[in-house]
Design a protein around this ligand. Sequence first.
Ligand SMILES: [Fe+2]
Length: 298
Amino acid sequence: MANSPFDLENETGYRTWRDARLAAYPRSVDELIVPLADPRQLSPDEIAALGSRCNRANMAIYSAPPQNSADKSLAHQLARQLGLVRLEGNYLADEDGLSSITPAGDEGSVRGEFIPYTHKPINWHTDGYYNALDRRILGMTLHCAQDAESGGENALLDHEIAYIQLRDANPDYVAALMQPDAMTIPARMDEDNVARPEQSGPVFSIDPEAGFLYMRYTARTRSIVWKDDVITKAAVNTLADILAGSEYILTARLRPGMGLICNNVLHTRSAFSDSPGHRRLLYRGRYYDRLQFNLRPH
Ligand SMILES: [Fe+2]
């Protein structure tokens, strides 16, 4: 794409874009937070406020009154107003495609074998990193119905910032992670117990039509095979170092009524504790759409 800052030959365009991106990036998670009176019916000002955060960081955090925060339809209705329509798992369907992220009740259940449904921490990743390239998760939402008694924070980093920090370290590392065979996820069963074939793909790719940067990544070391060459290994190690200590990492603790909307940025979850009467519960949506803020509220 002509003049793309993601073109490794375009050093001038990259520098201009990079400097503006870093200057605009929020340095405190508080800058991401937008109060919403009613997520079911956004005002034009609220849409603009969410849009400005997402333009700066590919994400925003909303804070709505906690009443009815456990109502699943709220998260669904909010997403629709922001252009998130094609929900994974239930294409063009109703709110049932949202996943309830909560510790699985009984040990040994199928869900309990997958880390999202435990109290354990989750390392850096983008959602759907194991998806085929024609099923990229472009938008992701987390809505907090109930927070943990302690822990359960999310660290967040715009994947464009990770790209910048890696390119600044060495542009060859970015090139290595754009190889179509950079990262391979072996065939396996996913968290919904669906068999998935082996998936190879790049970590960083540029959408050929819209020109945005897409990132698929997991810091997991099991069930992932990196391309076995020196430059890819060095790139992966450098990216891991960036994620371990970037000054641009923002950490959020979602409380009931709060939520994250994002263009599938890098994120983690810390370990947490809760109890049977106070279970942490988040509704997660994964979409084949990116956020849009030019829609009229309805
Ligand atoms: Fe995730």
